[in-house]
Design a protein around this ligand. Structure first.
Ligand SMILES: Cc1ncc(COP(=O)(O)O)c(C=O)c1O
Length: 463
């Protein structure tokens, strides 16, 4: 009998298990090499915002392969890249003025780090060499983005070579875990604002390049929006000391929260000086990210070198830009921000109902259901009443739910270690379906997810 292809691999995988092989996709369904057809409730990694077979995007990619698949941007520009940049600027209502492209989120954030430094280097403030970001954040997997972010287990293997001199951290904005008893939302925001200001003062305010945050935190803590007023307060500190206010919307941007930019709905409308986007930009049809620059940055750079000092071979790749342009046009033409807002609301309601209503099996262990738009996080906790009934046998609950979901026909994302600063506690799952998901599909996703949570619970109850 032939060994299934999924058992043989020459890839050094990112999972402790050998992942099943996907062979084709249609809408939000993925067919595996064992013939199973599973539903993707999370768009890969919150990427596939149109599913995998949007006819117009597929056609755009095919047309671009026929026309011009590659050109190098140190020699020539190309039409899809120019048009995509114009589209991104036009849709920002004057907030952004220039764009530079990358091949994904980490590269975009690496570009952000270098752009912030280039800006001050070229505009007469070369003493600015420090970045401030937050604990329990994720900004990518290159060495500088690992240093910029802070998540203990993610940086552990690299701690010996991570730059701790130029990257500094303040507390996360995560009310469910870190707002103090008796503290109002306003007081919590003020405490975080003061902490940032203190960090500026400690480092020397005129040494700070910028403050960097995910508008809605994704992987590390599991879809955590900041308290109201937080981004306005943090931006005010940056403005006070002449530093940049920088947002990482690699995961939460380009429509994921129901608005094109997450700061428009979940960030107090606080316009960033620089912003990174990626996942929803290309929707998985191509590997692409982008750095969006405000007028302030554009003016500064134009008045100095006038060019990007940072680049890669596949930057502004015509194939990636053509795919991304078609994705962005489809989001607008098909009114998909409205759809994902509506379907996301339904998803949130169903998750609350089936996981948190008093008679729900998972209620004692569902610490929080949160999110918005098409981005939902479900956090579990076994330290409260009822926890003594469960024996996880040393396993991480969320990871088990991810495995069980796949068995039940649903792809989700699960992470551990977002509930304390040490990264040793916390289990959460993420759902982030395509923006063109239907109500029936949302119901099916939640049904399969809740079933998987309950299956794992039943297997873990002490009899
Ligand atoms: C907020 C954030 N920044 C950066 C990245 C890195 O993006 P990529 O995996 O495309 O390099 C991610 C990926 O999940 C992310 O969520």
């Amino acid at each position: 009998m032939p060994v299934p292809a999924s058992r043989l691999t020459s890839i050094l995988h990112r999972t402790p298990w050998i992942p099943p092989v996907a062979v084709s996709g249609e809408g939000i369904y993925v067919t595996l090499d064992d013939g199973r057809r599973v539903i993707d409730g999370v768009g890969g990694a919150a990427v596939a915002c149109l599913g995998t077979s949007h006819p117009k995007v597929v056609q755009a990619v095919k047309d671009q392969v026929d026309t011009l698949p590659y050109i190098y941007n140190m020699q020539l520009s190309n039409q899809p890249a120019e048009e995509l940049a114009q589209n991104l600027i036009a849709s920002s209502n004057g907030v952004f003025e220039l764009v530079s492209f990358a091949s994904g989120g980490s590269e975009a954030m690496e570009g952000v780090i270098k752009l912030g430094r280039q800006f001050f280097f070229e505009t007469g403030q070369p003493q600015r060499t420090n970045y401030i970001a937050r604990h329990l954040s994720f900004h990518g997997n290159t060495l500088s983005t690992v240093a910029l972010a802070y998540h203990p287990s993610r940086r552990l293997p690299y701690a010996g070579i991570v730059d701790n001199e130029h990257f500094h951290h303040v507390s996360p904005a995560y009310a469910a875990r870190f707002q103090r008893q008796g503290e109002t939302e306003e007081q919590y925001v003020e405490r975080l604002r003061q902490e940032l200001e203190d960090k500026f003062i400690e480092l020397g305010p005129d040494t700070v390049i910028g403050f960097v945050a995910e508008t809605v935190v994704g992987a590390t803590t599991g879809v955590v929006p900041a308290p109201k007023g937080y981004f306005k307060a943090m931006k005010a500190v940056c403005n006070k000391y002449g530093a940049l206010f920088i947002l990482d919307e690699v995961m939460s941007g380009m429509g994921r929260m129901g608005t094109l930019h997450a700061w428009q709905s979940f960030g107090d409308g606080a316009e960033p000086d620089i912003q990174a986007v990626a996942k929803g930009l290309g929707g998985g049809y191509a590997s692409i990210g982008a750095v969006l620059m405000s007028k302030k940055i554009a003016t500064g750079i134009r008045g100095a070198s006038g060019l990007s000092k940072h680049g890669h071979t596949y930057q502004a790749n015509p194939l990636a830009c053509a795919a991304s342009l078609a994705v962005q046009k489809a989001i607008t033409e098909e009114n998909l921000l409205d759809n994902i807002t509506k379907q996301g609301k339904l998803m949130g309601e169903l998750l609350h109902e089936h996981l948190q209503s008093p008679n729900a099996l998972a209620a004692p262990y569902t610490f929080d259901v949160r999110g918005g738009g098409g981005f939902w996080g479900i956090e579990f906790d076994f330290e409260g009443p009822g926890g003594e009934r469960v024996d996880l046998k040393g396993k991480q609950f969320a990871m088990d739910v991810q495995a069980k979901s796949l068995e039940n026909g649903l792809i989700i994302m699960a992470f551990a270690g977002g509930a304390n600063l040490e990264g040793t506690k916390g289990d959460h799952c993420i759902l982030s379906p395509a923006y063109n998901v239907t109500s029936d599909e949302v119901k099916r996703i939640v049904e399969l997810f809740v079933k998987s949570v309950e299956d794992v619970l039943r297997e873990s109850f002490i009899s």
